[in-house]
Design a binder for this molecule. Structure first.
Ligand SMILES: NC(=O)NCCC(=O)O
Ligand SMILES: [Zn+2]
Ligand SMILES: [Zn+2]
Length: 554
């Protein structure tokens, strides 16, 4: 199919053999249908891109494609709440555009994603237009968050237009990336107030950008210019500090808050405290754990990158102060440690793991998984932000120039299943909640998305718990030349993906159609806003007593 191949530029010939899929009548027979609230053995019937019926023993005619799901799980397609496709960032652009990133997503069982519109010169409407164009070739459904990078009257007005006319119900504030995307506390407060007035969700990238800048200077002064300087310059305490600051400011305004890519115990504990605190009882803090964290568990103990480094370090056993310094670093992530003469082969490999907040030392991952299974954290996102080895090498002499970001859009569903369900940490219903349903609820598109119910969009996966997957750059569908999960194997494979009523992934073959993906408008005032007015009234009435006391005393 030439149309598909043309849009598929950047792929090798073999992968270009994909064909277009068609909208068909589909019956999925005999699988275990899993929703976040319930699971049962049933058939699922799909027509015109919509789920028409979910019940046992549905009878159909010869014109229907029948898929046997006996012994398999039939679940809502994944919704990835955090991606950066065709994003201009740090002097370059992510290698996956909307078509290639979405094709990769579909091959991994994700059927919708929410990408971040970056304003053009601070203009939200110019940014929105640019992203509309970027998304024209979409082969699966998508929505947008909007970043706020500066503040004036125009931005404040444009926020209202985005919510009321453009279907955006969330705004992201970067507390990091000083000199480019970072905002200060004054802007954060203005933005939070504006979000509250329109029923839009405030999101934060929580790292203290001023302190990161200071940490980077420290590294350079110490002569640490290689990629190891990245994580050393932005320790977990800076993520914890920004997380608690954002939580307290959101509490002060009384607006729901969503903390993106939680990467450390420090940040997670601030969220846990806020969620159980009486002082903040009117505040809802929602947060996603980055699935980069989950992947590390597939290796023995600790984050993948760190484990990887340890494997290499063990080769250097007894080789002096260097090994001891590295070991100290790995066990003490929030202390600055001077490491001189890092072995080159470790440095080169480490480039590809550079992302923000950075990959942490061993121990954070297990704690974050526990937080995910106990409900302290609610979602798993990918922050899919892929840069090739060539792009990563822009920072060969200076870690501050390495474009931040790694892949994940294709791997998330497999890694979360393997890491969390296969290991018994969560149930299949929990899996559906944290890969799909909770995202649909938070961004107010449930039950159109995130459910296998009559009337929902036919975004469905069939996962075989007895079959296995292996991740390699050779076989993945992203345009990336590397994969941070390279070589990982696990149990539980997405064998079929249905997106908008089309079978787009079956027998390890992609069948996608550029332009078939729809923009999903997300209305404001999700359930997170229920009760906000009552809490505001309670706060106002709580002021009466001290004001009266003050007046009678003066
Ligand atoms: N996370 C990352 O390293 N890159 C993408 C931009 C962001 O989300 O901070
Ligand atoms: Zn971020
Ligand atoms: Zn991101």
């Amino acid at each position: 199919n030439n149309q598909v191949c043309d849009a598929w530029n950047g792929y090798d010939e073999a992968q270009c053999g994909i064909q277009a899929s068609s909208l068909s009548k589909i019956l999925i027979k005999g699988g275990t249908v899993v929703n976040a609230h319930h699971q049962e053995i049933a058939d699922v019937y799909v027509e015109n891109g919509i789920i028409v019926a979910v019940k046992p023993n549905i009878k159909v005619g010869d014109d229907v494609t029948v898929l046997d799901a006996t012994g398999k799980y039939v679940m809502p397609g994944g919704i990835d709440p955090h991606t950066h496709l065709a994003m201009e960032f740090m002097g370059t652009e992510t290698i996956d555009d909307f078509f290639s990133g979405q094709a990769a997503a579909l091959a991994g069982g994700t059927t919708m994603h929410i990408d971040f519109v970056i304003p053009v010169n601070g203009s939200l409407s110019a940014g929105f237009k640019a992203y509309e164009r970027k998304a024209e070739n979409s082969c699966m459904d998508y929505g947008f968050h909007m970043a706020i990078t500066k503040w004036d009257e125009v931005v404040a007005e444009e926020m209202e237009i985005m919510v009321k006319e453009k279907g955006i119900n969330s705004f992201k504030f970067f507390m990091a990336y000083k000199g480019s995307l970072m905002v200060n506390d004054e802007l954060l407060l203005e933005g939070f107030k504006r979000c509250k007035s329109f029923g839009a969700l405030a999101m934060v990238h929580a790292e203290n950008g001023d302190a990161v800048f200071e940490g980077q200077k420290r590294m350079i002064e110490l002569g640490i210019t290689g990629p190891e300087g990245h994580a050393l310059s932005r320790p977990p305490m800076l993520e914890g500090e920004a997380t608690t600051r954002a939580i307290r400011l959101a509490s002060f305004v009384n607006v729901p808050l969503y903390v993106v890519h939680v990467m450390s115990i420090d940040a997670m504990e601030e969220i846990a405290n806020a969620r159980k605190s009486v002082m903040l009882s009117c505040l809802f803090v929602y947060s996603e754990i980055d699935n980069d964290i989950d992947r590390f568990l597939l290796k023995d103990g600790g984050f993948y990158c760190i484990t990887y480094m340890v494997v290499n370090i063990s080769l250097l056993e007894n080789s002096s102060i260097l090994t001891r310094s590295l070991k100290a670093l790995l066990s003490s992530s929030d202390k600055f440690i001077i490491i001189l003469g890092f072995p080159c082969f470790i440095i080169f490999s480490y480039f590809r793991y550079v992302m923000s907040p950075p990959i942490r030392a061993s121990g954070h991952n297990k704690a974050l998984q526990a937080a995910l299974s106990s409900g302290v954290l609610q979602l798993v996102g990918t922050d899919h932000c892929p840069f090739t080895s060539t792009q990563k090498s822009f920072g060969i002499d200076d870690f501050r120039k390495i474009p931040n970001g790694v892949n994940g859009i294709e791997e998330r569903m497999h890694l979360v299943w393997h890491t969390m369900v296969e290991s018994g940490k969560i149930s299949p219903t929990d899996y559906v909640r944290l890969t799909s349903t909770e995202c649909a609820r938070i961004f107010n598109i449930y039950p159109r998305k995130g459910a296998i119910l009559a009337g929902s969009d036919a975004d469905i996966i069939i996962l075989n718990p007895n079959s296995s997957f292996e991740i390699t750059a050779r076989s993945h569908h992203s345009r990336l030349d590397t994969n941070v999960f390279e070589g990982m194997k696990g149990k539980g494979k997405v064998e079929v993906t249905i997106a908008g009523g089309r079978i787009v992934w079956e027998n390890d073959q992609l069948k996608v159609v550029p332009g078939s993906g729809k923009y999903i408008e997300m209305p404001p005032f999700s359930y997170l806003f229920d009760g906000i007015e009552k809490a505001d009234a309670k706060y106002l009435s709580s002021l009466h007593a001290p004001v009266k006391r003050f007046n009678s005393a003066t």
